[in-house]
Design a protein around this ligand. Structure first.
Ligand code: NDP
Length: 238
């Protein structure tokens, strides 16, 4: 059997954490990978095409896709990974705390998925993976904004699945539990201990373990509108 043809993959927030691990996973498999970054560029000599893009800005999203398409052809695998938290108890949460988190995590995914759809419909093929969180499934104190945005991705993926019908374009959700990245390093020791007590695996996920599931979904044609937790058993599959 010959090697699978290289795909044009775009990973948002691919300069670090889960996004970078995912980009490396695809690049290792021989795909042509574009990563978007907002602040710092990804580490050099990774073989990744790095383009600057803030997912809260539709024009920057469009420009990032143009650059990816020019270098690698139409994007047929999109990983909407860029995300951010701004934790506060609801009584202290400003409207800006809420809307900015929704704008990045949910509306950002909408912007990139909508832009990706053009090429995917033309190609008649596509895989979209949205990076949500177990906070979407179980909730988390201080994260009404983040959990609402991440839960929104589930309704988004399932509605898009209905829209796409029999086309060979899929949209699925990966919901990581606590993962060893900059984001989880912001937790206190006590928060970390509490979370680990509820996790049968007894440790945090490694970014590469989330990337494995994203890569699986990018190859799976008959998994659609699914939510796959990668949480060390914390939700026992839910
Ligand atoms: P990091 O904080 O390490 O990375 C976040 C990435 O998102 C960075 O690349 C960041 O870019 C990018 N980003 C944030 N805001 C924007 C924006 N407005 N436009 C473009 N890019 C943006 O986090 P993780 O790797 O941990 O998180 C990746 C995804 O996984 C996120 O969606 C997160 O919510 C989710 N997740 C993470 C968990 C964890 O425990 N780590 C658990 C569950 C879900 P920049 O470098 O420029 O800031």
């Amino acid at each position: 059997m010959g090697q699978a043809p290289a795909r044009s993959v775009l990973v948002t927030g691919g300069n670090r954490g889960i996004g970078l691990a995912t980009a490396r996973r695809f690049a290792r498999a021989g795909d042509r990978v574009t990563v978007t970054y907002r602040g710092a560029e990804p580490p050099a000599s990774e073989g990744l095409l790095a383009v600057r893009c803030d997912v809260t800005d539709s024009q920057q999203v469009d420009q990032a896709f143009k650059e990816a398409e020019a270098a690698h052809g139409p994007v047929t695998v999109l990983v909407a990974n860029a995300g951010a938290t701004h934790d506060r108890l609801l009584v202290r949460m400003s409207e800006e705390d809420f809307t900015s988190v929704v704008d990045t995590n949910l509306t950002g995914a909408f912007r990139v998925a909508r832009r990706a759809m053009r090429g995917m419909l033309r190609e008649g093929h596509g895989r979209i993976v949205l990076i949500s969180s177990t906070a979407a499934l179980h909730g988390a104190a201080g994260q009404t904004n983040y959990a609402a945005a991440k839960a929104g991705l589930v309704g988004f993926a399932r509605s898009l699945t209905h829209e796409l019908g029999p086309r060979d374009i899929t949209c699925n959700v990966v919901a990581p539990g606590l993962t060893e990245t900059d984001m989880s390093r912001a937790l206190t020791e006590e928060q970390r201990r509490d979370l680990l007590r509820q996790t049968p695996a007894g440790r945090l996920a490694r970014p590469e373990e989330v990337a494995d599931v994203v890569a699986f979904l990018a190859g799976a044609g008959y998994v659609r509108g699914a939510v796959i937790p990668v949480d060390g058993g914390a939700g026992l599959g839910h």
